[in-house]
Design a protein around this ligand. Sequence first.
Ligand SMILES: [Zn+2]
Length: 224
Amino acid sequence: MESELGDLISRVTVMKNEKDTLVWSSEATRCFTVSFAYECLVKTTRGPQIEAFKYLWKAKTFPNVMFTAWRVLLRRIPTRLCLRRKGVLLDTTVCAFCEAKEESCQHLFLECKFSCCVWTMCLRWIGVLFVQHNDIRNHFESFHLTQGSNKQNLIWKGEWATIVRCLWEHRNAVVFNQGVVDEEEVFQKAQLKSWLWLKYKRYNFNYFFSDWVLNPMLCISSYK
Ligand SMILES: [Zn+2]
């Protein structure tokens, strides 16, 4: 470390009459910009998640929903098992839904029988045949309409994020507000939230909530 420091100092020319300033040496302008810092981070963060994030940030849903999905894809959502691993003292680490297995991210959102039931209800509603993956990232990437346009698929990616968010909100209601485990409630909330986003953000989406519930595929067929 000493020789490293000596090497760093030897490369600096001390200017007697100049004021000390901070500069962002990674850019030619020597000025810090958030976008350039983001580019630097993306270059250094290699890994398969990045591909998934490209779709996630374009998904058609609310920003807070995207944020929750992002944390889930990184497995950084504070499940009981995650908190225990970080040294938080908890009475239990069992899943708030089934109370049978440990509450890991993988279990809570995919493997739990309760979550599986919610996914099945949502897929039946959408009318898509889907092989469910055990890995959360594969699950997200596979949530795709093969015949769908890019816009339609971004709506479905938003649907995935919405289902994940609704599962997480429901889990928190069970843990903190004496909520009752109810898959129908999660399913209906996912339907409502996805419709609300389309209704208020997509200006030519003129379908009633009842249309959306009865035939979601028909409602998005205009998005080519
Ligand atoms: Zn469970």
